[in-house]
Design a protein around this ligand. Sequence first.
Ligand SMILES: C[S@@+](CC[C@H](N)C(=O)[O-])C[C@H]1O[C@@H](n2cnc3c(N)ncnc32)[C@H](O)[C@@H]1O
Length: 293
Amino acid sequence: MSAKNENESKNKRTKLERRAALERLLRRGTTDHYIDTALYDFEYAERTEDVRWYRKLAREHFDGGAHIVELGAGTGRITCPLAKDGHTIEAVDLMPKMLERLYDRAEGQDWAERITLHEADMRALPLEDASVDMAISPFNALMHLYTWGDLLACFREVYRVLVPSGVFAFDVQLPDVEWLTWDPNERHAVTPFEHPETGESLIYSTNHHYDHATQICHINLYYDEPPPKGRKFRPPPKPKRLVRLAHRQIYPEEIRALTGIAGFELERHEGDFRGRALTGASESQTVVCRKPA
Ligand SMILES: C[S@@+](CC[C@H](N)C(=O)[O-])C[C@H]1O[C@@H](n2cnc3c(N)ncnc32)[C@H](O)[C@@H]1O
């Protein structure tokens, strides 16, 4: 093999290895955070504004009960209140553990029969064409679709399963370039807590690394043992537990472009759950679009 060919083949190998490493990271970034479901519910117990927003939307658009598909339903934080309100929900999620927790949360309730669980990918919905009134994707679930092609595939699936005039609502973070470019070696949000199930004392901390080329933010959530009494917490060289979380940043113009290309009419694109305008200071993007009549 000539030196040129050898170099080309080495470059190809390096590229393939890099691709494989990214895929491994993304696999963990889509699953790690959704294994300890008791901890998931504990960490987001105070997140309630979004629950109110989705309930109000469903009520406003479909008084008397809608047929709704929820993409990335998780442990049912939003699913269960919607079912209580009289809606019928197709709860779609990739993670069996999250769906098991949803099942446990609903079991025995008189509204439980209005929920159907689907272990499925939001890019290939297990539903008939024009079979649901509304689709929702709460709490950054769409940020687990790592390319614009994945997002478009999902939006096209939503379009397919919605009835004419059906509503599609979701929320994702507004990319915060200042936060994304924080020093990836520093730890933030250092917080002691007790595990909700085991009672174990732990220290939570986090950092992240943003890849500008892929728009993916690789977040690390660390769970460590607390330091001896009176001593300051210092991150150990090897964490007790490391949870990877990967979030693709979705910029406002991508939302406008991809919802449009998928055929939706964009009705609202706001900066929070209170109807405030989307500005540089917004944390979220709340989006409501509609399939034309
Ligand atoms: C941040 S959680 C949101 C869960 C729930 N909607 C809530 O508001 O608490 C994101 C969920 O999306 C699910 N998910 C990620 N990628 C998915 C995909 N491609 N298809 C279906 N579900 C997916 C995860 O398993 C996880 O349960």
